[in-house]
Structures are given as structure tokens and as C-alpha cells.
Design a protein around this ligand. Structure first.
Ligand code: SAM
Length: 246
């Protein structure tokens, strides 16, 4: 079927690719990717010969009209990113928007995403979470962003890099206080690990050990149950008891 196929690729372990994704990449007329060298390796591993074209922040505006034209004339085009699910802290949002606005088909080929992988092993509540992508690089801007997220009654999920991890955790300690944090690193790879603790303690550990290598997701547990909420519950119980004691 013609249309844009948004396809998830592995976040480390090359075996984490679905049968549908392999089939779609093989049968597509074109694969849009961030970096043809990175995606080239994946295609090689599966003996896929489909032509690739780079689609990244720097050429996206120029490439989109071409892509739309090809879709209009019935092409099957796959969109992939270097790792994980496109559009999740990766390019693709404007393309999907324009394809949908043009009334053309967009299909999902779901699979790995580091944020879901991290949530699935971090041991933080998952009934409600907010994915906040990358925090600002500068501490001041980062703290304002954390301040804005502080009251959100949900688990928070961030992408982070090794060199920034310790200072990011220090800012979390300052702004979010003692909310438990899980640092999920190198998921699906050889050195996969999850470290849990308070942000201040973890920051000190990473300061001492030096910046950890590899890719990182930081999962922050939700804020403690709201005090006013708890007080409300007590008031309701008291009222009920009073009503019954008459
Ligand atoms: N689209 C991707 C996804 O769905 O996960 C995310 C792309 S974003 C540019 C890259 C960031 O994802 C990394 O800096 C890291 O924070 C996180 N990440 C990717 N692979 C990871 C892995 N194997 N383990 C932990 N974090 C990972």
C-alpha cells in the first residue's frame, strides 16, 4: 500500500527489529534516514538494497516537498531514525504533519524506543508519565525547566548524555528535592544497567567516577502524594463519622 511508513529500529541490540520493519524496508521505494551510514549498516545486516535518502534537521524543509510528490504518485516510503522510534526526540514531526494534511496515508511500524524501554525496567510508577526529552544544556535554563515540571503529578522521563549527567542530577536534587531517580544506561547493549538513588547521591557518585559512557535515560519518580489531597480525605472521613454518630 502506498504511504509513509514510520518504522522503529533497534536502540542498541540489532536483533530488536520487527519482521514487519524488515519487510517494509525491503519493499519500500525509498528509505528516509538521519544518517545513511548508520542506516546503511542496518540494511547491510539484513541484505536490504532499498535506496536511502538523508532526512535531518538541516535539509528537511527542502526534502519534504519531494517526498510529498513521490507519495502522491503512489510511492511507499519508510522513515527511520538512527535509533528507536522516529519523532521521539528525532526528526519526522513536520513530515508526518504535512503528509497527513495532504490526505495521504501514514502507517506505524512500532518497535523500540529508549523511553519506553527505560520505563519498563526502572521500577517507577508507569500509570502516568511525562516524557520531557532532553533538558537544556545550561544549568540555569535546565533548572527553570525542572521548576516548571516539578508539580506534575507523574513520573518524569528525560534523555541525557554522559558528560552532563552529574550536573543534571545535581540540578534535580536542588529543584526536585528527594525524589527517587533511576538512571538507565546502555539499554539492550552489553553494559546495560539501571542505577537507583536520590539525585544528590547519584550526582556525587558520577562526579567521583567520571562521566559514564553510552546512552542514558533518567526516570524521576512522581512527587509525594499531595498533602491537601490527604487532608481532604481525612476531612471526608470525619464528616462521614459525624453524620453516622447522630
Ligand atoms: N528516537 C529515539 C528513541 O525512540 O528512543 C531517541 C533518539 S534521541 C536523539 C537519543 C537519546 O535516546 C540518547 O541520547 C539517549 O538519551 C536515549 N537512548 C537511545 N538509545 C539508548 C539506549 N540504548 N539506552 C539508553 N538510552 C538510550
Amino acid at each position: 500500500q502506498p504511504g509513509l511508513y514510520v518504522a522503529a529500529t533497534p536502540i542498541g541490540n540489532l536483533k530488536d527489529i520487527t519482521l514487519r520493519v524488515i519487510e517494509a524496508l525491503r519493499e519500500a521505494d525509498l528509505i528516509l534516514c538521519e544518517d545513511t551510514r548508520v542506516t546503511g549498516k542496518l540494511l547491510n545486516a539484513h541484505s536490504i538494497k532499498t535506496p536511502m535518502k538523508a532526512y535531518h534537521d538541516h535539509n528537511a524543509a527542502r526534502v519534504r516537498p519531494e517526498v510529498l510528490e513521490r507519495l502522491e504518485s503512489g510511492a511507499r516510503i519508510c522513515l527511520v531514525s538512527d535509533a528507536g522510534t522516529p519523532l521521539i526526540s528525532d526528526p519526522g514531526y513536520k513530515l508526518v504533519r504535512e503528509v497527513r494534511d495532504a490526505g495521504l496515508a501514514v502507517f506505524t511500524l512500532p518497535g523500540p524506543s529508549a523511553m519506553v524501554a527505560a520505563l519498563s525496567v526502572a521500577g517507577a510508577p508507569t500509570d502516568r508519565f511525562l516524557f520531557a526529552g532532553f533538558l537544556p544544556v545550561k544549568s540555569g535554563a535546565r533548572k527553570s525547566e525542572l521548576e516548571a515540571l516539578k508539580a506534575v503529578p507523574a513520573t518524569l522521563v528525560f534523555y541525557e548524555t554522559g558528560p552532563r549527567l552529574a550536573s543534571c542530577l545535581a540540578d534535580m536534587a536542588e529543584v526536585l528535592g528527594s525524589r527517587k531517580v533511576a538512571v538507565a544506561r546502555e539499554l539492550t547493549k552489553l553494559h546495560e544497567e539501571v542505577r537507583e538513588g536520590l539525585p544528590g547521591d547519584l550526582s556525587a557518585v558520577y562526579m567521583e567516577e567520571g562521566a559514564p559512557k553510552g546512552e542514558i535515560v533518567v526516570v524521576v519518580h512522581p512527587p509525594a502524594e499531595d498533602e491537601p489531597g490527604a487532608a481532604d480525605a481525612e476531612a471526608i472521613i470525619e464528616q462521614l463519622l459525624e453524620d453516622h454518630s447522630v
